[in-house]
Design a protein around this ligand. Structure first.
Ligand code: PFF
Length: 545
């Protein structure tokens, strides 16, 4: 059985690292990190962000990859294997990516359109693009098709191979553009000053929270992504080393992106005095950057092409990871082949992305007729998932590992992180000098910090500070209720549909690929054997209790 399971996964440790880094490095790095940094005290934000990556990000990522790796299965089965009552966390971890795909694909469509436009001289005008609903839908579809092609080819032949080519390409393009931007002369130091000027007063408590939730989003944490990728990692893949590399690449790309963007923007302002370009939100990427490139003449056209190609790559490798989580679950639970599963995922998410694209386009063109809770549909979903749901998912991963996976030998050991450390090592999670620290963090420190992010984030929605005074926001309440409503739906679906049923493991994928009858029989036997073991283990546990 072991052999059956090993066959569909990443071929190498470095392939795994690049694929996970591909998920992590996305629009969050190239675009939200730079503008959030500039808006929240520059270097003060960067320091807080790096601390968040160290004390929250790395711990949650180790926990998630480890949960997947030890189970070699989709998030529901994987969480069930941490504790028989925690499978609902897995469903939750599959639903969040489902919603993120819907809005991320719309932005992905924008990036494809702007990359293609760059061939013809100008990356484009965002207002006229979004005014044409047909174009928005078409380019969202093209982006989704690109992702589907990769996911359809499988983990080893699709995701891993694509990441091995695309991630180094992204890195080199980014470095080249950053060097070019830093050599522009006029305006460069003002740009750097705007981006990195350390201002702790400007950071404030809100900036700290923004840094923490940016860390979840940027590292693709708090949902099934790292659990699912971890499930394709073989025994030889070292969790600790992989996580440190993924976090390092992700943070470097985010930092360098700002070094490429702001010097270029300020150079433009210096050369065109009086111009006032947007330095945040969708407009930074799709209004400001095209103008900046256009002003650079013929060379700007090439830079523009490379810049938007890089953004397409970043968005694509991220959406691939989101699609893989949902696809893996459908394959294993419903026993359909990969092709069918990815088509189901793509068609449903694409259908939902259409009104999202229309709503964003309307708002950009000043038409507020399609809002939910005062936001365009994209920002609404973004807030529901990022601010409320992702921290909850991350909290779940820490609590599952810190408190539920292992039964301590003595009652007094329940609260002892060193006992957890010993059990983790025995179970195969060898983290070296970081092992003991990890045990303390995952059990106490990180969950507490995440709880603060969650609670303060929710309070800020319901009672935001306006002109220095806390006021009640019905729209904010709507966002919070939607998020918790989704949690309630996920838990209900889980207990009605999945609790008592087997949700499959990676071996099931092979069952569908096998062609000969005897091979099929062999795999079915394996799966039956596995189910029997699972039932027997659950019974034994029940009897013990
Ligand atoms: N980490 C990606 C980014 O920084 O853009 C976005 C993302 C991908 C978030 C996958 C969540 C996810 F599951």
């Amino acid at each position: 059985m072991e052999q059956t399971k090993k066959r569909n996964g990443f071929a190498s440790g470095f392939g795994f690292i690049l694929a996970a880094a591909g998920s992590a490095i996305g629009l969050g790095n190239l675009w939200s990190f730079p503008y959030k940094t500039s808006a929240n005290g520059g270097a003060a934000f960067v320091i807080t962000y790096i601390l968040s990556v160290l004390v929250i990000g790395i711990v949650v990522m180790v926990a998630e990859i480890y949960i997947g790796k030890r189970a070699q299965a989709n998030p529901i089965t994987a969480y069930k294997k941490t504790h028989k009552n925690l499978g609902w966390l897995g469903l939750f971890a599959i639903l969040i990516p489902f919603f993120i795909i819907c809005y991320y694909s719309v932005l992905g469509g924008y990036t494809v359109k702007f990359a293609l436009n760059s061939f013809s001289g100008n990356a484009g005008n965002v207002y006229s693009f979004v005014g044409n609903v047909g174009d928005v839908i078409l380019f969202t579809a093209i982006f989704v098709v690109l992702a589907v092609i990769v996911v359809m080819a499988g983990v080893k032949n699709g995701i891993e191979k694509a990441s091995k080519v695309l991630m180094p390409a992204l890195f080199f393009i980014l470095i080249a553009i950053a060097i070019y931007a830093l050599c522009l002369g006029e305006g460069v130091s003002e740009g750097l000053n705007f981006y990195l000027n350390p201002n702790f007063a400007e950071l404030g408590f809100e900036g700290i929270l923004a840094a923490m939730s940016q860390a979840f989003f940027s590292l693709s944490l708090g949902m099934g992504i790292m659990v699912s990728y971890g499930s394709y990692a073989g025994k030889e893949i070292k969790v600790g080393k992989s996580v440190s590399m993924i976090a390092l690449f992700d943070t470097l790309v985010a930092l360098i992106a700002g070094l490429a963007i702001f010097p270029a923007v300020y150079h433009y302002q210096a050369v065109n005095p009086g111009s006032n370009l947007a330095t945040g939100g969708v407009l930074l990427m799709f209004e400001t950057m095209p103008l900046v490139f256009e002003s650079m003449g013929a060379l700007g056209q090439i830079v523009s092409l490379f810049f938007f190609a890089m953004v397409v790559i970043a968005a694509l490798t991220s959406v691939i990871s989101l699609m893989e989580v949902v696809t893996q679950f459908i394959i294993q639970k419903y026993k359909v082949n990969r092709k069918k599963a990815i088509l189901i995922v793509a068609i449903i998410t694409f259908a939902i992305s259409i009104p999202i694209g229309i709503s964003l386009g309307k708002v950009l063109n000043g038409d507020n007729s399609m809002l939910i809770c005062g936001e365009n549909w994209l920002d609404f979903l973004d807030k529901v998932t990022n601010v409320v749901l992702m921290p909850l998912g991350a909290l779940g991963a820490c609590i599952a590992i810190g408190w539920f996976t292992f039964k301590p030998n003595k009652k007094s050991d329940i609260f002892n992180p060193m006992s957890l450390h010993r059990q983790l090592e025995k179970d195969g999670l060898k983290l070296g000098w970081f092992g003991k620290i990890f045990a303390v963090m995952v059990k106490y420190v990180t969950p507490l910090l995440i709880l603060v992010v969650e609670v303060v984030g929710v309070i800020d929605f319901i009672a935001p500070v306006v002109n220095g005074v806390r006021t009640f926001s019905l729209n904010g309440l709507g966002i919070v209720l939607t998020a918790y409503g989704l949690c309630a739906v996920a838990i209900t679906i889980y207990f009605v549909l999945y609790k008592k049923h087997n949700t499959g493991c990676n071996a099931d994928e092979l069952e569908l690929d096998k062609s000969t009858a005897s091979e099929k029989e062999e795999v079915i036997e394996n799966v039956i054997e596995e189910q029997a073991v699972e039932v027997a283990t659950e019974r034994t546990e029940e009897i013990k209790e």
